[in-house]
Design a protein around this ligand. Structure first.
Ligand SMILES: NC(=O)c1ccc[n+]([C@@H]2O[C@H](COP(=O)([O-])OP(=O)(O)OC[C@H]3O[C@@H](n4cnc5c(N)ncnc54)[C@H](OP(=O)(O)O)[C@@H]3O)[C@@H](O)[C@H]2O)c1
Length: 266
């Protein structure tokens, strides 16, 4: 099992990242510093999380080399090309970095083709390394593919045992876009942390339910960005490489798919 994936543009991204959605600003710097100390080298933030600045402070305070930390942020509410370019520059200033490793359109709203064109140009200028999208389902994704020069490196979509996204996974693979999971622990919805199927499998391997849910995604070639504010869980969510689910266990987990969002979003 590889710990790093090579994206379609040649850049590499760690398969386990650290999410920061709904992480209060006042504790974000400390949590991200702890995550980096624990061994995470991939941090996921977004303009609309309001914590880009604290993520940047943590990366600086860690003393790690810039090239050793992979930082993702996401565009929110920009109108067209010029506004997107300003928004990218603003993210760079707020995070305090010279470039962003992965910049995503957070959701397909407004004129996303113009937003993406600005991202392609910002990439050319060296402000962004990899570019991609989030929450782009089939129709919007195919519309973008038909109208872009740079195939999105990543599509970050809701993916966990209860929403498995097998069809989107195949479509993305066909076009060379990497499938990244958001809410890989289903954010605890649908009784995730007490699920009897996951519990049985976890007991066999001497692992936790969270680890089984995350490992299941990794074994399908989907990277994960679990969020936690607890140090021991940071370690737990990273310790995914010393066990392997069998084909039968993978199939048992496949039966948990509900085929719909646990959040009523996309
Ligand atoms: N692109 C998008 O639209 C989008 C949408 C949603 C999320 N995301 C990204 O994806 C990341 C992850 O998604 P998420 O934060 O919604 O949900 P998640 O990572 O699936 O689950 C986080 C929840 O699980 C708890 N938890 C974490 N590890 C645990 C463990 N080992 N044992 C028990 N409980 C555990 C956390 O609580 P504690 O913090 O109390 O430990 C938190 O309540 C986000 O943080 C964000 O970066 C992106």
């Amino acid at each position: 099992m590889e710990r790093i994936v090579r994206l379609n543009d040649g850049y590499t991204m760690p398969m386990v990242g650290f999410g920061t959605y709904q992480m209060p600003r006042r504790i974000t710097q400390q949590c991200v510093e702890q995550a980096l100390e624990t061994g995470y080298r991939h941090i996921d933030t977004a303009q609309c999380y309001g914590n880009e600045h604290e993520v940047g402070l943590a990366v600086k305070a860690s003393g790690l080399k810039r090239e050793d930390v992979f930082v993702t942020t996401k565009l929110w509410g920009a109108h067209g090309y010029g506004d997107t370019m300003r928004s990218i520059e603003n993210s760079l200033r707020t995070i305090g970095l010279d470039y962003i490793d992965l910049f995503l359109i957070h959701e397909p709203s407004g004129d996303f083709i113009s937003q993406y064109q600005a991202m392609e140009d910002a990439r050319q200028m060296g402000l962004l390394r990899s570019i991609g999208v989030a929450n782009f389902m089939e129709d919007n994704y195919l519309r973008l593919i038909k109208n872009c020069k740079v195939v999105p490196a990543v599509n970050q979509i809701e993916t966990h045992v209860y929403r498995q996204q097998a069809k989107m996974h195949r479509l993305l693979a066909e076009h060379g876009t990497w499938h990244e999971s958001w809410s890989p622990l289903a954010c605890g919805q649908n009784g995730f942390f007490h699920d009897p199927v996951l519990k049985r499998i976890a007991e066999v391997h001497g692992k936790s339910i969270a680890q089984v849910g995350l490992r299941w995604l990794l074994q399908q070639g989907v990277d994960v960005i679990p969020k936690t504010t607890h140090r021991e869980r940071m370690q737990e969510n990273l310790d995914l490489f010393d066990f392997e689910l069998t084909t039968e266990e993978m199939l048992d987990i496949k039966t948990l798919d509900t085929g719909r969002s646990q959040f009523g979003w996309w």
